[in-house]
Ligand binder design. Structure first.
Ligand code: FES
Length: 107
């Protein structure tokens, strides 16, 4: 199991324990993390799984593919340097302790 800490725009936090080998979006939805809607279920067509991953964690993620970058243009909240779509982030044991910031809104 790995630990992931979610920080909402209002400052409230939620920490979950989840197995690696799945997407960050799936782990968040399964743990009922409020603030990740994931309307398309991970097919990269909605941008409602927008999250922000800051340094040093951002450097440990696989780079965003062009389709992810294109879909981020449709995110409801402003895109930041650490913005990613959580359905495109695969959780590995190396991401134990990951800190994820959530945008103010996904719509
Ligand atoms: Fe729809 Fe990630 S869940 S783009």
């Amino acid at each position: 199991m790995i630990q992931i800490r979610f920080i909402r725009a209002d400052g409230t936090e939620q920490t979950i324990q989840t197995p690696p080998g799945q997407s960050l979006m799936k782990a968040a939805v399964d743990a009922d993390v409020k603030g990740i809607d994931a309307d398309c279920g991970g097919s990269l067509t909605c941008a409602t799984c927008h999250v922000m991953i800051d340094a040093p964690w951002a450097g440990q993620l696989s780079p965003a593919i062009p389709d992810e970058c294109d879909m981020l243009d449709f995110a409801a909240s402003p895109v930041e340097p650490g913005s990613r779509l959580s359905c495109q982030i695969q959780l590995t044991p190396a991401l134990d302790g990951l800190v994820v910031r959530l945008p103010a809104s996904q719509y």
